[in-house]
Write a protein that binds this ligand. Structure first.
Ligand SMILES: Cc1cc2nc3c(=O)[nH]c(=O)nc-3n(C[C@H](O)[C@H](O)[C@H](O)COP(=O)(O)OP(=O)(O)OC[C@H]3O[C@@H](n4cnc5c(N)ncnc54)[C@H](O)[C@@H]3O)c2cc1C
Length: 287
C-alpha cells in the first residue's frame, strides 16, 4: 500500500494503544505505530482526518492505492463499506529518545453514546466509546510540522488572544493554550456539557480560562454569547480571536467580535467543527 499523498500530508496506519475517559463527554484515544516516525506537527489546533472501521470490520476500508487519487478511490467504495472519514484534532504528541513521534492523543466527544441522552450518536463517537488496544485506524496527517491544517495564527502584533470553543474544540483550545509562551495575554472560554468535563490546564501564558458548563449555566449558544458580550477585554489594541465549535454558534460569536466589537475580520479565525442535525458527510456535501 502506498501512503504518500500531496506533501505535506500522508497516511499513517496506526493502532490504539490505550484509552482513557476524561469526563462524561470526552475520551482520550492514544495511537501509535511504526508509521508515526514520519509524523511532524507544530501542534496548536492541528487537524487530522481519521478513517475508522465500521462495526464488525477489522480495519478501515480504503483503496489499496492511497496516492493522489485516494479521494476518488475512497468515494467509489460502497458507502457501508468504505471507512468513516471524520475530522479531529491532535491533542498531544510524544517523541521517543531519537526525537521521532512515538504516540499521539486524540480526544473524542462521546455525543449521543450515553443511553437516553436524546442526541444522535455518530459512528466516530461510537467507535471512540468502544475503542480498545489493537484497534486499527488510518490517519491522514502532516509530515511537515508547519502545515495548512494548523489554523491558529495570531499576527505578530497581537496583544490579546481570545479563544472560544465548545467540547469538540476543547482538545484544540487546550493544546493552543498550553503552548502559548510566557507573557502572552489570553482570555479563554470553553463550553462543556457537564462540570466533570472541566480539565486542568497548565500554561506559561497569562491566561484567564472560564469554563461554561451547560448543565449548570443553562448553557447553549445564548450562554456563550452572553458571557462574551459581558467580558471586559481591554486593554487590547490588537486582539486575535479564535473560535471553533458548532457552526451556528461560531457564526454568532464571529458576528459579535467583528460587528459589535469592531475586530478586524482578518484577525478572527473561525471554524465550524460540526453542525447541529448534520453528519460530517452531509456537511462536506454542502461545502
Ligand atoms: C477541524 C476539525 C477538528 C475537530 N476536532 C475534534 C476533536 O478533537 N474532538 C471531537 O470530538 N470533535 C472534533 N471535531 C468535530 C467532529 O468532527 C464532529 O463532531 C463529527 O461530526 C463527529 O463525527 P460522528 O461520526 O461522531 O458524528 P456524525 O455522523 O458526523 O454526526 C451524527 C449526528 O451527531 C451530531 N453531532 C456531531 N457532533 C456532535 C457533538 N459534539 N455534540 C452533539 N451532536 C453532535 C451531528 O450534527 C449529527 O446529527 C472536529 C471537527 C473539525 C472540522
Amino acid at each position: 500500500m502506498t501512503t504518500a499523498v500531496a506533501a505535506p500530508f500522508r497516511f499513517f496506519s496506526l493502532q490504539v494503544v490505550r484509552t482513557r475517559r476524561l469526563g462524561p463527554s470526552l475520551a482520550r484515544v492514544t495511537l501509535a505505530g511504526p508509521d508515526l516516525s514520519a509524523f511532524r506537527s507544530d501542534g496548536l489546533d492541528q487537524s487530522l482526518s481519521l478513517f475508522l472501521p465500521h462495526p464488525g470490520q477489522a480495519e478501515p476500508a480504503v483503496p489499496v492505492e492511497l496516492g493522489d487519487g485516494w479521494w476518488q478511490g475512497w468515494r467509489e467504495l460502497p458507502e457501508d463499506v468504505r471507512a468513516v472519514m471524520r475530522s479531529y484534532t491532535l491533542r498531544a504528541l510524544r517523541r521517543d529518545d531519537e526525537g521521532h513521534t512515538a504516540e499521539i492523543d486524540v480526544d473524542f466527544v462521546l455525543h449521543g453514546v450515553e443511553p437516553g441522552s436524546g442526541i444522535q450518536p455518530g459512528p466516530a463517537a461510537r467507535w471512540a466509546a468502544d475503542a480498545a488496544p489493537g484497534d486499527r485506524v488510518l490517519v491522514l496527517g502532516p509530515a511537515v510540522a508547519d502545515n495548512r491544517a494548523i489554523r491558529f495564527r495570531p499576527p505578530g502584533d497581537t496583544d490579546l488572544v481570545v479563544i472560544w470553543g465548545d467540547e469538540t474544540a476543547v482538545p484544540a483550545a487546550c493544546a493552543v493554550v498550553e503552548s502559548l509562551p510566557a507573557g502572552t495575554r489570553a482570555r479563554v472560554w470553553l463550553e462543556v456539557p457537564h462540570a466533570e468535563d472541566v480539565q486542568h490546564l497548565d500554561t506559561a501564558a497569562d491566561a484567564e480560562v472560564t469554563w461554561l458548563v451547560r448543565d449548570a449555566d443553562g448553557g447553549g449558544p445564548g450562554a456563550s454569547l452572553a458571557a462574551l458580550r459581558a467580558a471586559q477585554l481591554s486593554p487590547a489594541e490588537h486582539p486575535y480571536v479564535w473560535l471553533a465549535g458548532e457552526s451556528g454558534c461560531v457564526k454568532q460569536l464571529r458576528r459579535h467580535f467583528v460587528g459589535e466589537r469592531g475586530v478586524d475580520r482578518r484577525r478572527v479565525t473561525f471554524v465550524g467543527y460540526w453542525r447541529r442535525g448534520l453528519t460530517e458527510e452531509q456537511l462536506r456535501e454542502q461545502a
